[in-house]
Ligand binder design. Structure first.
Ligand code: ZN
Length: 163
């Protein structure tokens, strides 16, 4: 059983702590809705840091492969995650200010931060909204192309009417 990691986020940032490990894709429950299957692992690194104004931050890095579902043919679609982000740790007031700034994203500082939930948010926010195979690789598109090669029954009727 995979132990769900929690951190004291401000302490983690202040002391430059680091987590560098792998997590099974199956460990992300909300992600399952957009996945074809839960095979594989994701590698992530969480590094306590601060920005150039000395504000506490977490540097998040996630990489690995997941299997999304193609929105055209509904078959598995390999997707490579390479995501890096700096998240400033804020109180609620600062978080509102940050939303206008838009240089960095902020999250609420939390003494019991659920690391997997944080990673999952980052993954979900950065996935394509409507993932699809490239047209040559998509099974639906190939089926449609074959159809187009044949005479459509209604097209035949049109020809008959014109005679
Ligand atoms: Zn497809």
């Amino acid at each position: 059983m995979y132990a769900r990691p929690f951190i004291d986020s401000l302490d983690f940032a202040a002391n430059g702590k680091q987590i560098d490990t792998q997590v099974p894709v199956a460990g992300f429950s909300r992600l399952q809705d957009v996945l074809d299957n839960d095979q594989g692992n994701l590698h992530y690194q969480l590094q306590g840091s601060k920005d150039n104004q000395g504000r506490p931050a977490l540097d998040v890095s996630i990489d690995g492969n997941i299997q999304l579902r193609c929105q055209r043919c509904l078959h598995a679609l390999d997707y490579v995650i390479r995501h890096d982000a700096r998240l400033l740790l804020c109180d609620e007031a600062t978080l509102e200010v940050l939303e206008d700034e838009e240089e960095f994203d902020g999250i609420l500082a939390d003494a019991h931060l659920d690391v997997l939930a944080l990673l999952e948010d980052e993954i979900l926010l950065n996935l394509p909204i409507s993932p699809m195979h490239e047209s040559g690789a998509c099974q639906v598109r190939e089926a449609e192309d074959k159809q187009e090669g044949k005479q459509h029954p209604f097209a035949m009727l049109e020809k008959l009417k014109r005679k």
